[in-house]
Design a protein around this ligand. Sequence first.
Ligand code: BGC
Length: 391
Amino acid sequence: MQNSRLGAIIALCMALTVLLFVFAACADDPPPPAPREIAATPTPAAGAAAQATPPPTVGVAHSVGISMPTHYLPRWSRDGENLEFRLQGMGMDVNLQFADDSVVTQIAQIQSMIDANVDVLIIVAIEGDSLTEVLEGAEAAGIPVISYDRLIMNSSAVTYYATFDNWMVGEMQGQFIADTLDLANQAGPFYIEFFTGDPGDNNINFFFPGAMSILQPFLDDGTLVSVSGQTDIMEVATVGWSADLAQARMTSLIESHNFTPNGQRLDAVLASNDSTAQGVTNALIAAGFTPENIPVITGQDCDLTSVRNMLAGYQAMSVFKDTRTLAENVVEMVLDLRDGRTVSINNTTDYDNGTGLIPTNLSVPVVVTIDNYREILINSGYYTEDQIIHG
Ligand code: BGC
């Protein structure tokens, strides 16, 4: 009796093993190229195949490694903890690591997740180009890699990309400046300076040209003028998206060109995100600017400090990327991968990481100003009023 039950269990395990290998073989097919909502074939988790266990069902533990760039910027601590919370809520084991903006640390952390044979990796790359080698290990082990927010470049291990439309983020910032200064109807000149983010972050290649697609025509016809002449992406990049470095560069621009309330006029500063916007704001306040005469400063992320700066009249706008939406999409991707369902994506044409187009799920960003912050940030439950006031 015992023996026949044991025999049945062994036979069932063998059958499931065969099924999993068949599944694994099918999964090597590349995703079919279709414009929207493709039935991308998931790569099964290496752990599942190796252990020959039945395909897991919802609620069964499954391990996910999350590699975040740093916990110093609120953006990433919030995203990391939010993802961890949601995945744990789905019964998954989560290994969340922050790399303190050190590429070497990030590579070591990812390697240890691969060694631990996690079933899925979710990665925000510090530098788009630095993970090629370590991810060869993930690919060899059949571990799907979800590139989160930033596209990991030059790695065929990247299975999916989930992000906001980062070109649109830049366009929104550029358009905000164009509308606020009414560039289309005024002769100008209006004076502008530019700040973008880390030179290694692939996202700046969307934010900055996206903004320039709106502003360059006005620079070309003289309606906008950059007194420093620094309009090239690498000249205006800010290592590590550091607020301190942005402040130091803005201070040096102020000193070289006498941007003060009574000196050389400065009408706008394009800052690609909130940390750089905060550095710019601090430098301008130190130079004597007040809410009445401070240039139009853009941002992104709706960090609490920037929301407070908006309410105080220093920062004009921020682009909100609701990280709850991004996390939800990625949790869905993980569940779909785990359960062998079609992964939901909506862009197969725009995100080529150097090894081919990466199936992508794009979310839509929103412009936030003092006019709509209550509706978008508070009524939606993203922040409480108290958090905004007291931090
Ligand atoms: C993200 C921004 C963030 C910046 C600095 C970018 O890759 O898309 O939301 O502000 O990194 O962390």
